[in-house]
Design a protein around this ligand. Structure first.
Ligand code: SF4
Length: 570
């Protein structure tokens, strides 16, 4: 992992680790599907013993993929696991108990340092065991589960996530331990991208060159899970960041691998592309979101949410804003607008209509085009690309407009030739999603030549806008992938909840498998459904638990009641 090795694909079992037969079988299925590392929930010493047996049985059958113990809360479990598997994941957020467990209030400098010393001593013990057994460590930080100490100083912010990683990496450096990989995950793709970029910058400044593990937590399932993962992981891979990835879906773990494979190979296709020359705009930051300032032309640009175009005229479950047919564009009231090419600028200037669409690619940016865009406030750009690295070329286009002080709104246009919906979801989410994360784009026009339903393409366009948080048009489901801690049939419950709540625009509903990590990691969900024991569920309104340990059979209906009582049912 790291160096010149390919990006490694990994996944995690969702079996009970103590169910050795089921775990071995699922692990074999994962390895056969292409997983190069497999992680197991390892809550306690009993699970370490099971993992030892699983490791032995797999090796006997000649399945030699490295196994990873996923440990939270108990350093002793990490130390035991480090002696029997190839890698241990720890979460700095819960590696040692807070010294302020019994009293609240801000940390004094002395308390802050005292707790750091405690975790350092504990972590060095693990490092020494890992050195002896040649075991690797992942420092896995998650948004929503930072330590009290870090929260107290930085809040649950990208800076806190980065600081939490860096202090553990610093210990690795001091101890001359380099078999370490680091991750920052969040369910909010935009936050995750910015935090990982910050981490990489800070690591570079400190001379830390440890591999990076990428993932979007609680990405959900189906279309949403694929879009979120592709936006989050794909944007960073396209930046050149990432040495191993895990796509987390609330589905069978084997389903994660083809998504991961396609993501990695799609990014690899753009290697050796023709160079794109451009100047980065000095006011733009890769570390925080800021939308490019544009003038509003009708309902496009300005403060309007990005608009969605379709090239099929029909009724969709979410209505697009514009329909394009050849060189004509129709709005939802049937008004018709023309599309001009760069050599038709004189014609465009005579057009009296409210919006003039100008079709451009990056190489079309000439002084004549710049003058038109500076002079006119009624032009909307349809930005096409034919470049092998189309997203980078389109990114160059936006920076050039900013450098020229041009505030014309831009519709990002991408054309694909796909017959497979999953491939289209992955490619479009990476290409278009990364631009919206950059703050670019006032609309989206996604066209496909293959056999994919227009309803699916329209839903994908809205999904990309939702995953990049620039336009919320449907309920967002934050659901964990499930693991050995999951206390109910996660996939079934997600399907049930989706079926009953999918009409609720703009709500975030979390479905989390366990009480240990669920409440922290369901991030900024409005409502949460969390497994608390066998057959028992707790329901949350925001961060507050409002119904504790209710029987599982009643929980979905109680969740609906809760949403209704709080006035969020539409
Ligand atoms: S929330 Fe709990 S059940 Fe879900 S993946 Fe995380 S640890 Fe496993």
């Amino acid at each position: 992992m790291g160096g010149n090795s390919p990006v490694r694909l990994q996944s995690m079992t969702n079996t009970d680790t103590n169910d050795i037969d089921a775990s071995v079988l699922q692990c074999i299925r994962l390895i056969k599907a292409g997983a190069e590392l497999v992680r197991f929930t390892t809550q306690g010493l009993r699970e370490v013993e099971s993992l030892k047996k699983i490791h032995h049985l797999l090796n006997e059958k000649n399945y030699l993929a490295p196994l990873v113990a996923d440990v939270h809360f108990n350093p002793l479990v990490a130390e035991a696991a480090a002696q029997c598997v190839e890698k241990v994941r720890i979460n700095p957020g819960n590696y040692v108990k807070s010294i302020k467990a019994n009293h609240s209030g801000d940390y004094t400098e002395k308390e802050f340092n005292l707790e750091y010393q405690k975790l350092k001593e504990q972590f060095i013990r693990l490092i020494n065991i890992c050195k002896e057994h040649r075991t690797a460590i992942r420092i896995g930080v998650n948004h929503g589960s930072l330590s009290e100490r870090i929260m107290n100083r930085y809040g649950d912010t990208p800076e806190g996530l980065v600081a939490s990683c860096i202090e553990f990496l610093q210990i690795c450096k001091e101890e001359n331990f380099s078999d370490v990989v680091v991750s920052i995950k969040a369910s909010n793709t935009v936050l995750m991208i910015h935090a990982v970029r910050k981490l990489v910058k800070e690591m570079e400044q400190k001379g830390f060159h440890y591999p990076i593990h990428l993932g979007v937590t609680e990405a959900g399932e189906g279309e949403d899970g694929r879009i979120k993962s592709a936006v989050g992981i794909g944007t960073l891979l396209a930046d050149g960041i990432g040495d191993t990835i895990r796509v987390s879906l609330s589905e069978e773990p084997e389903d994660e691998i083809p998504v991961a494979q396609q993501l990695v190979s799609y990014i690899a296709e753009r290697k050796q592309h023709e160079k794109i020359f451009a100047q980065i705009n000095p006011s733009w930051s890769p570390f925080e979101y800021s939308r490019r300032k544009t003038q509003a032309v009708a309902n496009i640009g300005g403060n309007h949410p990005p608009v969605v175009f379709t090239s099929t005229q029909k009724k969709f479950s979410i209505s697009p804003d514009y329909y394009i047919e050849g060189r004509k564009i129709y709005n939802d009231t049937g008004k018709i607008f023309s599309v001009y090419l760069p050599n038709e600028i004189p014609l465009l200037k005579k057009d009296p209509s409210e919006i003039k669409f100008l079709r451009l690619t990056y190489p079309d940016l000439t002084s004549e085009v710049f003058s038109l865009l500076k002079e006119r406030k009624d032009v909307v750009i349809l930005l096409f690309t034919k470049h092998k690295n189309g997203a980078a070329e389109q990114r160059a286009f936006f920076h050039t407009l900013m450098n020229e002080d041009i505030s014309a709104p831009v519709i990002i246009v991408r054309n694909y030739w796909e017959n497979n919906l999953e491939s289209l979801q992955i490619k479009a989410s990476v290409d278009i999603g990364m631009l919206f994360v950059d703050g670019f784009g006032d609309g989206i026009l996604l066209q496909n030549e293959g056999a994919i339903l227009s309803e699916d393409i329209n839903s994908l366009s809205f999904g990309i806008l939702q995953a990049t948080r620039v336009r919320i048009s449907k309920t967002e489901y934050i659901s964990c992938p499930g693991c050995g801690r999951t206390l109910f049939d996660l996939q079934k419950v997600v399907t049930q909840i989706k079926a009953k709540t999918s009409q609720l625009r703009g709500l975030k509903i979390a479905v989390m498998g366990c009480i240990v990590n669920g409440p922290g990691e369901m991030a900024d969900a409005d409502y949460g459904y969390v497994g608390t024991g066998k057959g028992k569920v707790s329901l949350y309104k925001g961060k507050q638990c409002v119904l504790k340990n209710i029987p599982e059979e009643e929980a979905v209906n109680k969740l609906i009641e809760l949403i209704k009582i709080n006035g969020d049912w539409q």
